[in-house]
Write a protein that binds this ligand. Structure first.
Ligand code: ARG
Length: 474
């Protein structure tokens, strides 16, 4: 009898509990709506942030004596246990509880009883979810920054190894002028360094506490902002509660930063795919990151890079997706916002993956040291240097020297010769003043050292930049 009594008692309290935590009073939603409305499958990822935010909020309520110290302790402990159990895979969320906020509250109630019913005092899920998302965005932007630094290190190591490696530089995909491979790779370090700044900006945008905004008008409790900011690591609070619950600009900044990084990743992958083609042969994707063909036994395909390229393109669409969700909404909170997290999570996951893969591809793959000089020579990559020879040593105006060298290149093409194979006598037929110094200007290696500006491919400048980046990435 006692057992039956106990069972019916627990059933009663369970029923009561569910009702107490309900978000709609005395109305039952259809199970189709429960499924449709629920975001727990997506936002359970915010559990750590959500628990942290609730603990901070409870400490503010404790300071106001809305919650006693003994109660607060039980709440902190209960929340810590929930997080622990979650990390051990022991928690099963329910769609009945809609989202991570309702689920955490539900589990806390199960664990510590009616004290849990006090945690939602003076706040709303509107400021709660915005705060969770801000914390997640800050954390994730910092993680991406770490991955960007990792890829920068991979690139820098290759640049350091290839200071002497000559490659042809391209414009319009046509061989243009000789470069060092290091110089080429360092261009990507500049891009990724800008990306770090962009993510810093997105961290700055997310770095505002909105707790105290409550549903939209502000809280009826004087929640200590300094305390909240300190506990949650925010450097300031929002100035306007309505902006507090509706502002998702920081997500846009984050997605834009992801978009910029993916543009740079796409450029790099596209280029390496091209370089790995048999037609070019400057790059061999490591066997760990290339795959064979099911029919052609000789093939190695740069699949890793091709996937990065297409994923990078998809990542760029995320900021568009997100702006579609938040655009044209009047103030303040709408359920539309619930769709926002899926987008930022997907974007983060895909970009992290791409950065990890690209970093390892660069680290392990092989750049061909030998082929570049030949490509430069057979494609007259030092023709500009020859034009400058006539300007510098023979005082011929550039437009004139350009024409003379163009004629010489045409002659070499017609006779299937490299510039270095043309005799001095032949050269003098085009311009009498040409002397044997011209061969110095034909030399591909010497072309690099001839560059005078500090942003040039001059090996001295390149090695300076390498040292600068080594210091930066230490
Ligand atoms: N699951 C919701 C979201 O992600 C939480 C906020 C719900 N607020 C509300 N008033 N229905 O946006």
């Amino acid at each position: 009898f006692r057992r039956v009594l106990f069972r019916s008692f627990t059933l009663m309290t369970k029923k009561k509990n569910n009702k107490l935590l309900s978000t709609s009073i005395n109305k039952k939603t259809s199970s189709l709506m429960d499924d449709f409305n629920s975001s727990i499958d997506i936002d359970q990822r915010l559990i750590e942030e959500d628990i942290l935010v609730t603990q901070a909020h409870v400490s503010a309520l404790e300071k106001l004596k809305v919650i006693s110290t003994i109660e607060a302790k039980k709440i902190y402990q209960g929340l810590n246990e929930i997080l622990n159990d979650y990390q051990k895979g022991k928690i099963k969320f329910s769609k009945k509880n809609e989202d991570i906020h309702m689920n955490v509250e539900y589990f806390l109630h199960q664990r510590i009883g009616d004290i849990a019913l006090k945690i939602h005092t003076g706040r709303s899920r509107n400021d709660q979810v915005a705060t969770d998302t801000r914390l997640w965005t800050k954390k994730s932007a910092k993680e991406i920054q770490k991955l960007i630094k990792m890829i920068m290190r991979s690139i820098l190591n290759q640049a350091n190894k290839h200071q002497e490696t000559i490659i042809p530089g391209f414009t319009h995909l046509q061989i243009a002028q000789p470069l060092s491979l290091a110089h080429h790779l360092l261009a990507y370090l500049e891009m990724f360094k800008r990306d770090l700044d962009y993510f810093e900006f997105s961290i700055h945008g997310a770095d505002e506490n909105v707790l105290g905004s409550a549903a939209l008008a502000g809280s009826n409790y004087q929640l200590d902002q300094n305390l909240l900011n300190k506990k949650l690591g925010f450097s300031k609070s929002k100035q306007n509660s309505m902006d507090g619950v509706s502002d998702r600009d920081f997500c846009m900044y984050f997605l834009h930063a992801c978009s910029m990084t993916s543009i740079h990743l796409g450029k790099l992958s596209s280029e390496l795919i091209l370089w790995s083609s048999n037609l070019v042969g400057l790059f061999n994707v490591h066997s760990e990151y290339s795959t064979g063909s099911s029919i052609m036994p000789q093939k190695r395909n740069p699949d890793s890079l091709e996937l990065i390229r297409s994923k990078a393109n998809i990542i760029r669409t995320k900021s568009q997706e997100f702006s579609n969700v938040i655009s044209n909404l009047p103030l303040t909170y709408f359920k539309d916002f619930q769709e926002d997290k899926k987008i930022i999570f997907e974007c983060f996951d895909e970009l992290s993956l791409c950065l990890n893969v690209m970093s390892d591809v660069i680290k392990k793959s092989h750049f061909n040291k030998k082929i570049g000089v030949e490509l430069c020579e057979t494609n007259f990559a030092t023709a500009t240097d020859l034009a400058d020879y006539l300007v510098i040593e023979k005082n011929i105006p550039f437009r004139k020297s350009y024409k003379t060298i163009a004629a010489i290149v045409q002659f070499a093409l017609n006779n299937k010769m490299k510039l270095s194979e043309i005799s001095l006598k032949e050269f003098q037929k085009f311009e009498k003043s040409i002397d044997s110094n011209i061969y110095q200007y034909i030399d591909v290696k010497k072309s690099l050292a001839r560059k005078k500006t500090n942003m040039s491919t001059n090996p001295k400048e390149v090695s300076k930049k390498i040292r600068k980046f080594q210091k930066f990435l230490k």
